[in-house]
Design a binder for this molecule. Structure first.
Ligand code: NAD
Ligand code: UDP
Length: 317
């Protein structure tokens, strides 16, 4: 009997998606990687293309898809502010139409479906750290809204499909995650600072650098994805996934300068609008239900990430 699970990963050639595809293949699953290559690249999955259990489809999730699968991980969506603000209408479509199409597919084939939601659903939070019960403080008409509200609407759709059609859903609220294969030009803070430090260029701190973020290493996050997907059907989430260690952006800059031995100096520029002042996940639920917590410290995770960008910059010289 054929026992391998057939798993669809949308956004599979992106940063998180490529690590997830790798992990699922290691688990012995058949992986269908779907991407429109907006922010993802074939380079991220080049090493998987020869694997007979791996298949790549160029497709945009805003259009319907007909395949037969047992599980779906819906990750397709640009994730960094620069990328999701490049074409905000397309971002909302990807979040909302993408969710409708993937939920429709899950309904037709009775697949279990995972949604990569985000800590951005909490907006600029008034509650700290953020538990899943917090409804958030989100500007509906700002520059981040296409992503924040798009992801909030996707969560609504997931829960309505669950209530109305008895779909098995798993909604993860992902907090800032970093690691090898982050896009070097996507403007996210970890990739920006590492690339700037390696080139001895000024480190661009937006605002005064006192805003905080919590950074999770990609391997820790993917472990949580797998555990959440295999929970009982009653466990729908939403569930916060991230590293509760909290750092100011200035601390992050100083750590990266020290670890790279860089001569870079800090420069301070204007804080973008609606930039959250603080963010730290309450991961009590994940600890309890998944028996999971991140194991990799910021310095441990920055080592392979810095090594990745060093290689990338050498290759581009
Ligand atoms: P990424 O940009 O590297 O990956 C997103 C992938 O989706 C890319 O490969 C891109 O080409 C693809 N994509 C975008 N629009 C698409 C469309 N319409 N159809 C098909 N493919 C499309 O970003 P990432 O960091 O890997 O994020 C993956 C998911 O996790 C996203 O949904 C993001 O919102 C969520 N997330 C990530 C983080 C993080 O810190 N990395 C935090 C919160 C949530
Ligand atoms: N940031 C910064 N310099 C940069 C890029 C980002 O100071 O070169 C800040 C940004 O203003 C935010 C934090 O770092 O306060 C995290 O930004 P990122 O875009 O990585 O993620 P998000 O804001 O979505 O959490």
């Amino acid at each position: 009997m054929y026992t391998r699970k057939r798993i669809l990963v949308t956004g599979g050639s992106g940063f998180l998606g490529s690590h997830l595809c790798e992990r699922l293949l290691r688990e012995g699953d058949d992986v269908l990687c779907l991407d429109n290559f907006f922010t993802g690249t074939k380079d991220n999955i080049l090493h998987l293309l020869d694997n007979p259990h791996f298949e790549l489809i160029r497709h945009d999730v805003t259009f319907p898809l007909y395949v037969e699968v047992d599980e779906i991980y819906n990750l397709a969506c640009p994730a960094s502010p620069i990328h999701y603000q490049f074409d905000p209408v397309q971002t909302t479509k990807t979040c909302v139409h993408g969710a409708i199409n993937m939920l429709g597919l899950a309904k037709r084939v009775r697949a279990k479906i995972f949604q990569a939601s985000t800590s951005e659903v909490y907006g600029d939070p008034e509650v700290h750290p953020q538990p899943e019960s917090y409804w958030g403080s989100v500007n509906p008409i700002g520059r981040r809204s296409c992503y924040d509200e798009g992801k909030r609407c996707a969560e609504t759709l997931f829960f309505d499909y669950h209530r109305q059609h008895k779909l098995r859903i798993k909604v993860a609220r992902i907090f800032n995650t970093y690691g090898p294969r982050m896009h070097p030009n996507d403007g996210r803070v970890v990739s920006n600072f590492i690339v700037q430090a390696l080139q001895n260029e000024p480190i661009t701190i937006y605002g005064d650098g006192r805003q905080t973020r919590s950074f999770c290493y990609v391997d820790d996050l993917i472990e949580a994805f797998i555990r959440l997907m295999s929970t009982d059907d009653e466990c729908t989430g939403p569930m916060n996934l991230g590293n509760p260690g909290e750092f100011t952006i200035r601390e992050l800059a100083e750590t990266i300068i020290a670890m790279t031995g860089s001569a870079s100096k800090l420069t301070f520029t204007q804080l973008p609008s609606d930039d959250p002042m603080q963010r730290k996940p309450d991961i009590s639920l994940a600890r309890k239900v998944l028996d999971w917590e991140p194991r990799i410290s910021l310095e441990q995770g920055l080592q392979p990430t810095i090594a990745y960008f060093e290689q990338l910059l050498k290759g581009s010289q």
